[in-house]
Design a protein around this ligand. Sequence first.
Ligand SMILES: NC(=O)c1ccc[n+]([C@@H]2O[C@H](COP(=O)([O-])OP(=O)(O)OC[C@H]3O[C@@H](n4cnc5c(N)ncnc54)[C@H](O)[C@@H]3O)[C@@H](O)[C@H]2O)c1
Length: 413
Amino acid sequence: MVYRAGLIGCGGVSRSHSAGLQAARNVELVTLADVYEPNLETAGKAYGVDRLYTDFREMIEREQLDIIAICTQAPQHAPIAIAAAVMGVKGIICEKPIALTPAEADAMIAACDRAGTKLAINHQTRMIPNTFLVEQILKEGVIGDLRAARLIDKGGRPAGNSLMELLTHVFDLLRIYAGDPAWVSAHLTVGASGPGRQDEPQRLAAIDDVVYSQTAWPRDRDCGLVLGDRCNATFGFGPRENWHNGLTASLESYFQPIRSSTGEPWHPNLELVGTDGILFLGGTSNHVDVYLHRGAWAPPGKLERFDAPPREIAPGPYQERGQQAPYHTGMVEELVAAIEQGREHRSSGRAGRWALEMIMGVYESHRRGGARVELPLAYRGHPLQRWLEEDGRPLPPKPEARVKVLNVPAPVG
Ligand SMILES: NC(=O)c1ccc[n+]([C@@H]2O[C@H](COP(=O)([O-])OP(=O)(O)OC[C@H]3O[C@@H](n4cnc5c(N)ncnc54)[C@H](O)[C@@H]3O)[C@@H](O)[C@H]2O)c1
C-alpha cells in the first residue's frame, strides 16, 4: 500500500519534513496546506507538489489522507492533531513541543487513542542510530550501573524558551535511557534588574518576569508563557527494570552566546555517569556524537569515540534513503511500521507528553519555591498561567504573531 501524506504548515521545518516524506518507502507526499499563501506557493514549487490548500480540514477531506505532518508552531499542534484524528487519518507526525499545556497533550493523545490514530512527536533524535547504540552500550553494562546524568543546554535563548524549543529534545533523549521521572526540583533566574541581563548577578525569577516566548526572545517561535534566563533543575528517576536502580539528572541551562569565543558551536550535551565509566552524548536533532570514558571518574583523559553501524542497529535503511533529512525519513517509516504493526511509535505522543511534563514540572517547582514536585503533574494547566491567576494578575501582553517567510533553496527537479 502507498500511504497518501499531506503536510500542514509550510515554514522553515517543512523543508526537512517534505524531504522525509518524499524519501520514505511506501509514502507519497501529495498535498500541502498553509494559511499564509506566499509560503504555500513557495513550498509547492520547491517540493514539486501542486495540490495546495489554505484550509487543512478541506485538504484532509478532499485528499483522503492516511498520514499528516503538522509543521506549524506549538499553539496549533493540539487543534490540528485532534481535528485530523477525528477525520480519520491513520498516522500523525507532529512537531515538538507536543503542545502548550499538559491538558492539550492529554486531549491529543485521547483523540488519537479513540480514533486508532498513531501519534508521533518529532523528536527525530530518537531515529539517530547512535541513540540505539547507547541503549546497547548501557544494557551491556559497559559503564556499570547508571547512577547520574547531567544535561547542559547549548545556550543562545533564554532558558524558558529553550525548555520548550530545544530542551524538549534533550529531555526526550534522557528518557530513552532513564525512563519516566518521578519528581523535579527547579529554580529559574534572571539578571538582577530583570530578564535578558546576562551581565548581572542573578536573582530568582519573579511572577512579574513571566512573559510570552516572543517577548522574551523576539526571534523565537510562539511557545506560550515562559520564564527565566537560566535554569537549574534536578529530576529524580526511580529504579527501572533491566536499566538502572534509580538515578538523578541535573540540568543547567544558560542564556549565553551560541558560539564559544573561538567560534565553535555549542551542542546540547548529556552525560550518563555509571560506576565503571561515563558516556558523553553531544548534539540532538540531526546528530548525536557518542564518546566513552572507561573507568571511575578521572580528569578528562582519553575518550573513545563510538559510532553506530547504521544499517545494523537502527530499523530499516532510512539513513541511506533520506539523504536530505534521514531522521525525518526514519520518523515517517517508523510511523508506517507503527500503523501496520498496531504498536506505538518509538517517538510516541506519550513520550512527547513526558518531555512537556518535565518542562511544566520545572515551572511548577519554581512557582513553589523550588519544592520537589511529583511527576506526572496533577494540575494539567500551565503552571505559569496558574501562578498569575492565583495572584489575581492578568496575562502579560501577547506580541503580535509574526509570519516567517519560507526561504528555500532552488526548486527541486
Ligand atoms: N524537530 C526539530 O528539530 C525542529 C526544528 C525546527 C522547528 N521545529 C518545530 O517546528 C514547528 C514549526 O517551526 P517553524 O520554524 O517551521 O515555524 P514557521 O513559523 O516558519 O512555520 C509555520 C508555518 O505554519 C503556518 N500555519 C500557521 N497556522 C496554520 C494553520 N492553522 N494551518 C496551516 N498552516 C498554518 C504558518 O503560516 C507558517 O508558514 C515549531 O513547533 C518548532 O518548534 C522542530
